[in-house]
Design a protein around this ligand. Structure first.
Ligand code: GLP
Length: 246
């Protein structure tokens, strides 16, 4: 585990973007595992800026996203398809046919889980997985549970996640109740993991996830077992991780 301490959100975004940029420079056809939520927006903005300056080329890169809400079409403004277009894909030269997300509109959930798992394997796995951190310790949409779910699966969102994500929707009632997500094994099979965290409201869960016990009650805690994790956070989010403990 490596911890990268940033001053603030902008600095955290630049440092995390640097790791992604380095990955693309070292391996132009890298498979990037991408994340949504408010935290990675600054990272995507930074990467777009470097792309526009001619410093990064995504033409051979591929991407697979962590998750997608069930029942939201790609054109719905709160779907993760839409998010990725809005903040990242439409601004860079990644080829549209090289970008993948779960299909939230597929009603045959078993079929979709199998399709997405098979697809990730067929790409040769994920070189770098970007993660945010849910307030309850979720990664992707792997919610707290009494077990770790391995592969791509459908989850029922917890009340805490619905409350946290309602800010993007009209009301809590409008937040879809279910989502497709990569499983814990899918995430752990990524060769490198970059977790981005920001803000003091994440400090407690960052400490629980990285200094607490490894438990499916805090899904992110399993990252303690991955050999190549970079925790990139601003001062507030890392305020409960004393220097030298990780
Ligand atoms: C959603 C996403 C997660 C993300 C989390 C935290 O639930 N499925 O991938 O990490 O939100 O979001 P934020 O960065 O807005 O706190």
């Amino acid at each position: 585990m490596r911890v990268i301490r940033a001053k603030d959100y902008k600095d955290m975004s630049r440092k995390a973007a640097n790791l992604i940029s380095a990955q693309i420079i070292l391996k132009p056809d890298a498979v990037l595992g991408l994340a949504t939520g408010s935290t990675p927006i600054g990272i995507y903005e930074q990467l777009v800026d470097w792309y526009q300056k001619g410093d990064i080329d995504f033409s051979n890169s591929m991407s697979v996203n962590l998750d997608e809400y069930c029942g939201l079409p790609a054109k719905h403004p709160e779907s993760y398809h839409y998010f990725m277009q809005k903040f990242f894909f439409s601004h860079i030269n990644i080829q549209p046919q090289h970008t993948f997300l779960p299909d939230g509109m597929e009603k045959d959930t078993q079929k979709e889980c199998t399709r997405y798992s098979t697809l990730i394997r067929s790409l040769g796995g994920i070189d770098l997985q970007l993660l945010g951190l849910g307030h309850n310790g979720h990664i992707g949409f792997n919610e707290p549970s009494d077990h770790f779910s391995a592969d791509v699966h459908v989850v029922t969102l917890t009340e805490s996640t619905i409350q946290a994500n309602k800010r993007f929707f009209g009301s809590a009632d409008d937040v879809p109740r279910q989502a497709y997500t990569m499983g814990i094994r899918t995430i752990l099979q990524a060769k490198r993991i970059v977790m981005a965290v920001s803000g003091k409201e994440k400090a407690f869960i960052v400490r629980e996830a990285f200094l607490g016990k490894i438990t499916p009650a805090i899904p992110a805690s399993i990252l303690q077992l991955h050999p190549d994790v970079w925790l990139v956070g601003d001062a507030e989010a890392l305020s409960e991780i004393p220097e030298g403990t990780l």
